[in-house]
Design a protein around this ligand. Structure first.
Ligand SMILES: Nc1ncnc2c1ncn2[C@@H]1O[C@H](COP(=O)(O)OP(=O)(O)OP(=O)(O)O)[C@@H](O)[C@H]1O
Length: 264
């Protein structure tokens, strides 16, 4: 692979309202420095894609945004959300994760009914009113575009759903908590093209209510769904801009080489 000057980068300041941002974020796994000086601002109610070759640090960075890394890595730097640094002492990690939900690469529903998958976390958070629980069940499944397919079998095991339906159930489970931000780590990479397209349509609908940050290896997907894109290389954010600029007119040689398939 060609060597690039990683001291140089091109990161736009966004003009839209910022929902969450990182400043000079560093992540270390033991002695390995995995993320270098990552400063980014994410626009509210829009979709941002994180792209880059395998091992470039996309998932590590994403996981920092709701403190999923804190047991496995050392994280320095600030992540500001609603005026608070989420890593500051005294900040409750469970509250952070209620506001900033996460959907993983492999669908991971609980081995419970569809209804329980949605209502379990709500009940654990003190919501026991049956009317509220049923309303959240229906609204979340509708938001994740799954309601019409499952409304007559809500007590069926989630494990009997297809992979694509399971992933939409995981999205519904996240939105049931009424977060502000949804983080998704390659949510469609294990799915067929039709299920992928349904997930993309769902995300497009969801962005009017949620700020969405998605890791994807699929550059056509980033082009189709995201407003902004950040390109990662060897733990550095090399370029961040509106998606159309990243793909039509990249500023940095590494971005240009990556999107034209020279490596990755
Ligand atoms: N739990 C971990 N322990 C130690 N090192 C890790 C851990 N997770 C990731 N790394 C290292 O951190 C670097 C970034 O990995 P990361 O998974 O964030 O990259 P990525 O761009 O998301 O890759 P992929 O696209 O393959 O998922 C890599 O060198 C990886 O080996």
């Amino acid at each position: 692979m060609k060597e690039y000057n990683l001291e140089e980068h091109s990161i736009v300041k966004i003009t839209d309202e910022v929902e969450i941002s990182s400043t000079d974020l560093q992540v270390y796994y033991g002695n390995d420095h995995a993320i270098f000086d990552a400063s980014l601002e994410f626009p509210k109610n829009q979709i941002t894609s994180l792209i880059g070759a395998s091992g470039s640090g996309k998932s590590t960075y994403l996981r920092c945004l709701n403190r999923m890394n804190e047991k496995i890595a050392r994280v320095d730097g600030k992540i500001m959300y609603q005026g608070t640094d989420i890593n500051a002492s005294g900040v409750n990690v469970y509250e952070v994760r209620k506001q900033i939900g996460m959907v993983f690469q492999r669908p991971n529903p609980f081995a419970k009914s569809i209804r329980e998958n949605i209502q379990f976390a709500l009940k654990s958070n003190g919501i026991h009113d049956k009317h509220v629980l049923e309303e959240r069940l229906e609204s979340s499944l509708k938001e994740a575009a799954l309601w019409d397919e499952v409304k007559d079998e809500l007590d069926k095991s989630a494990l009997e759903l297809s992979g694509g339906q399971q992933q939409r159930l995981c999205i519904a489970r996240s939105v049931a908590m009424r977060p502000q931000i949804l983080l998704l780590d390659e949510p469609a990479s294990a799915l067929d093209p039709i299920s992928t397209s349904k997930i993309e349509d769902t995300l497009d609908e969801l962005k009017s209510h949620y700020t969405i940050i998605i890791v994807t290896h699929n550059m056509s997907q980033a082009t189709r769904i995201s407003n902004y894109t950040a390109f990662f290389h060897l733990g550095h954010i090399v370029e961040y801009d509106k998606t159309k600029n990243i793909f039509m007119n990249p500023s940095m040689p590494a971005t240009s080489d990556y999107i034209s398939g020279a490596f990755g």
